[in-house]
Ligand binder design. Structure first.
Ligand code: PDD
Length: 280
């Protein structure tokens, strides 16, 4: 398999990254996961621009323009023969032989690489019948509006969900005895109550690209949508719940812990059908 590393296409045996890379020692970096279908790259500009904005925010050098990376991505897909898959992009603050938490005020050369990965397996029935969520406390820091490679809490949350028969974790934070939903280990959430949709506002959660596309679809279908803080209790008493992400697309939810929902609900189905029709 070929990778694209710091401007070059390299085979597995030639991928030399120093162990002192700050991505490895400090999780000091960013990533993106982009869907490829029949060699087309879905929402490339949105994903790349999210990485660019975060790179500026964290003062990490991203010395490539969107056009250059998009061309390289097409080449990588071709070289690996993965037409339907996931493109993985990672940017780290580069090598730091001294392992100092502080980084030099002058930007150091960063590390940028891309992988073309096969699609993660998802049972097709999940899109028809829905999936189970497990509630889990959101243990993360306050930088969740950025797609950082600092993912241990997400790993724990998703692993907890999987090992208890679930598909995703429904993460929540708690303030003054009020529990509110943030997002999943790698997805955003929507819920429906009395014909109106609600989704957690962008407040220390990832502004998902799929979430943004789905938001437009919901408005286009003429439904009311509120982006606000949504209580965990509201999710548990919802009429319908669904999750969205690059890999899961629009995925109905049939249960949260031991609470069951009709899945897919009528509105979920309409949103799912519209999303599939427009983009797949
Ligand atoms: N995850 N929230 C989190 C914490 C995520 O990691 C992701 C994406 C999303 C959905 O964002 P988008 O619609 O841009 O994919 C929400 C990717 C798919 C992953 O880690 O595999």
């Amino acid at each position: 398999m070929w990778a694209f590393l710091d401007g070059e296409f390299v085979e597995e045996k030639d991928r030399h990254i120093k162990l002192e890379n700050r991505g490895l020692t400090f999780a000091d970096g960013l990533f993106e996961v982009i869907r490829t279908i029949e060699s087309k790259i879905l929402f490339f500009e949105d994903h790349f621009s999210r990485m660019q904005k975060s790179a500026i925010h964290f003062d990490i050098d991203l010395p490539y323009c969107s056009e250059y990376i998009k061309n390289a991505a097409h080449e990588l897909i071709k070289k690996n023969g993965i037409e339907d898959g996931e493109l993985y992009l990672e940017l780290t603050r580069g090598t730091d032989l001294h392992r100092d938490h502080r980084y030099p005020p002058k930007r150091t050369p960063s590390t940028f690489f891309m992988l073309a990965l096969p699609l993660r397996h998802i049972d097709r029935e999940n899109w028809k019948k829905g999936v189970k969520l497990l509630t889990y406390p959101d243990l993360r820091h306050k930088l969740c509006e950025h797609k950082t490679i600092n993912l241990l809490p997400n790993v724990l949350a998703k692993n907890y969900a999987y090992s208890n028969g679930g598909y995703e974790a429904l993460m929540y934070r708690e303030e003054r005895n009020y529990r509110y939903v943030t997002e999943g280990g790698s997805s955003n959430y929507f819920m429906v109550k009395d014909g109106v949709l609600h989704t957690p506002e962008i407040d220390n959660i990832l502004p998902g690209i799929t979430r943004e596309k789905v938001t437009k679809i919901i408005h286009g279908l003429g439904y009311e949508l509120h982006e606000r803080r949504v209580g965990l209790e509201e999710f548990l008493t919802a009429d319908e719940v669904f999750l969205v992400s690059t890999v899961s697309r629009v995925m109905p939810v049939h249960s949260i812990d031991d609470v069951h929902f009709d899945a897919p609900g009528t509105i979920t189905l309409k949103v799912q059908e519209a999303y599939e029709k427009i983009f797949f």
